[in-house]
Design a protein around this ligand. Structure first.
Ligand SMILES: CC(C)(COP(=O)(O)OP(=O)(O)OC[C@H]1O[C@@H](n2cnc3c(N)ncnc32)[C@H](O)[C@@H]1OP(=O)(O)O)[C@@H](O)C(=O)NCCC(=O)NCCS
Length: 228
C-alpha cells in the first residue's frame, strides 16, 4: 500500500499553521483539513480548509486515504501531543513526519514518525531521533546522540556527541549539553543553560553550570498528577 499524500493536521493553533506552510511548500503532502477535539473547536475553517472534529475523523477523512500529523507544541510537557499522536496512530492513520529540505541530515540518521525537523538543524552521523519529536530551528545534534520520543527542542541548542536526551524532555533556546551526557526523562533544560553532568528525571536545570531548581518539571509545565 502506498502512503496517502492527503494530510490532516491535528491541531489548529500556531504550530499547526506553521506545519501547514511547511508541509504545503516543502513536502509531497497536500494538507486537506485540520482536526481538533470537539471541546476546542471554535471556528469552522482555517486557510480555507475545514476544521473538523477529531472524534469524527474516520467519517470525514478516513485512514485509508489520509495520513495525519499531530501539530501541538510542548503543552503539559509534551503530554497532549503524545496522547493525540498515540490515539491517531492507534486508529490506523499513517503518521507523517516533516524534515526540512534546509536541514542537514546525514545519510544514516534515523527519524521517527510524527517528528518535525525545522530548517538549519544539523543531525550528524548515526543520530537517532525518536517518534513525536520537535526540533525547532537551528539545533546541532552531535554524532551518535539519541533523542528519545516526545522531546521538544526549541532553537539553537547544542547537544554534543554520544548524548541521550530522555523521553518528553524540553530543551530551551541556546542550551548546551556536553558530550556523553544523559538528560533524564521529563527534564527541562532552561534557555542558555550549560549541562555538564547527567541530569535526574523530572527536574528543571538552569544556569552555567546547570543546577536543578526545587520546582519540578511537572510543576513548571502544569502536568496533571495522573500523567506524572
Ligand atoms: C527554565 C524555565 C522553564 C523556568 O521557568 P519558571 O518555572 O517560570 O521559573 P522562574 O522564571 O520562576 O525561575 C525560577 C528561578 O530560576 C531562574 N532561571 C529561570 N530560567 C533560567 C535560565 N534559563 N537560566 C538561569 N536561571 C534561570 C530564575 O531567575 C529564578 O531564579 P530566582 O528564584 O533566584 O529568582 C524558563 O526560565 C526557561 O528557560 N524556559 C525556556 C524558554 C525557551 O526556550 N523558549 C523557547 C520558545 S518555546
Amino acid at each position: 500500500m502506498t502512503t496517502p499524500r492527503k494530510l490532516v493536521l491535528i491541531g489548529a493553533g500556531e504550530f499547526a499553521e506553521i506545519a501547514y506552510e511547511y508541509f504545503t511548500h516543502d513536502s509531497p503532502y497536500e494538507v486537506v483539513a485540520f482536526a481538533v477535539e470537539d471541546r476546542f473547536r471554535d471556528a469552522p475553517s482555517l486557510f480555507d480548509l475545514p476544521i473538523v472534529s477529531v472524534e469524527d475523523l474516520e467519517r470525514t477523512h478516513p485512514p485509508d486515504d489520509h495520513a495525519a500529523f499531530v501539530a501541538i507544541t510542548n503543552t503539559q510537557l509534551n503530554r497532549v501531543r503524545a496522547r493525540l499522536y498515540a490515539a491517531t496512530r492507534d486508529r490506523g492513520y499513517p503518521i507523517a513526519k516533516y524534515v526540512s529540505s534546509r536541514a542537514f541530515v546525514w545519510r544514516n540518521v534515523e527519524i521517527g514518525e510524527n517528528s518535525f525537523v525545522f530548517e538549519h538543524n544539523v543531525l550528524q552521523y548515526h543520530v537517532k531521533v525518536g517518534n513525536d519529536v520537535v526540533l525547532w530551528s537551528g539545533n546541532h545534534v552531535g554524532h551518535r546522540t539519541v533523542i528519545r520520543d516526545h522531546v521538544f527542542m526549541t532553537s539553537h541548542a547544542v547537544i554534543s556527541g554520544y548524548c541521550d536526551v530522555g523521553e518528553s524532555s524540553f530543551i530551551g533556546v541556546n542550551a548546551c549539553v556536553g558530550d556523553h551526557l544523559t538528560i533524564g526523562r521529563d527534564c527541562t533544560v532552561g534557555m542558555g543553560s550549560v549541562v555538564v553532568r547527567d541530569t535526574e528525571p523530572g527536574k528543571v536545570y538552569v544556569g552555567n553550570p546547570a543546577k536543578p531548581l526545587e520546582k519540578s518539571s511537572y510543576d513548571t509545565w502544569k502536568v496533571p498528577e495522573a500523567l506524572r
